[in-house]
Design a protein around this ligand. Sequence first.
Ligand code: GDP
Length: 317
Amino acid sequence: MDTKLSYYVAGHRGMVGSAVVRALQRRGCDRILTATHRELDLTDQAATRAWFAANKPDVAVIAAARVGGIGANSAANATFLYENVMIAANVVEAAFRADVGRLLFLGSSCIYPRLAPQPIPEDALLTGPLEKTNEGYALAKISGLKLCEFYRRDFGVCYHALMPTNLYGTGDNYDVVGGHVLPTMIRKFEVARTTGAPEVALWGTGTPLREFLHVDDLAEACLYALGLDNPPDLMNVGSGREVTIRQLAEMIRTATGCQAEIRWDASKPDGTPRKLCDSSLLRSFGWAPKIDLEEGISRTVAEYRAALASGDIRLGH
Ligand code: GDP
């Protein structure tokens, strides 16, 4: 990637966008453009076009999205579809109108069919029905990656997409109702440890399998993909390691030093039974993750404690 270019990182206050900004800074990039949600609402077509026309970045990285865990998604599929499809359509068209030559769109492995072959290759896209709990989000992300593919094919711009597996790490959202499983578990075990509660209630059966990737590994993958002259339209980004939700809970209980028992609340959804990405395409270009799950969890627990102590933490959506 060219550190002399200007980079617009959409969603720079979120976990993914802030990790991309840190990665760009580590490479010595000093032309990083950002806009807060208050300054630019990406669901607003006119505002998005005006921002791109005024700022004309060389490269755009689209990490802005309404995101959430299984609870938030299943309760608000309408909002997840509407907001995310608007963001995708507005940024791709506005970038194209502003002569942005390169755009990287970030999605999620939930775009793949619920019962896709495992590990999931990129060509499993649109081969079967989606997981219902996050169908709105998935449809929006499919639209976004297809917009990139079609603008590239029809208009010759290099717009492409990465589909990360379940992410966690620095700057995560610790909302216990709407959040993702890993940060939610950290918060639940930390609350139990500090209050001496005898039990922690977790969702579902504990049997689903998930793959987790530290967000700093994803950010490096983004820069890696942006450095490719002719990247594939779509590439998965995962760690290659799966754990059951039950194993994840044990790892986090150990990392926090919590003594509480785990109670599985089967009235809450399990979601898709398994979603392991086949990341061999991106790996064939030379990218590899560096942060293993145990190390990433202990780092994240330490960061959670420090963030809680300083008050600089997101505890809700
Ligand atoms: P998903 O990977 O898209 O399904 O979303 P999540 O990151 O929310 O992970 C959901 C998985 O973790 C499901 O199998 C849930 O049953 C399980 N899980 C267990 N406890 C919790 C919890 O406290 N919060 C959440 N969000 N998921 C939990």
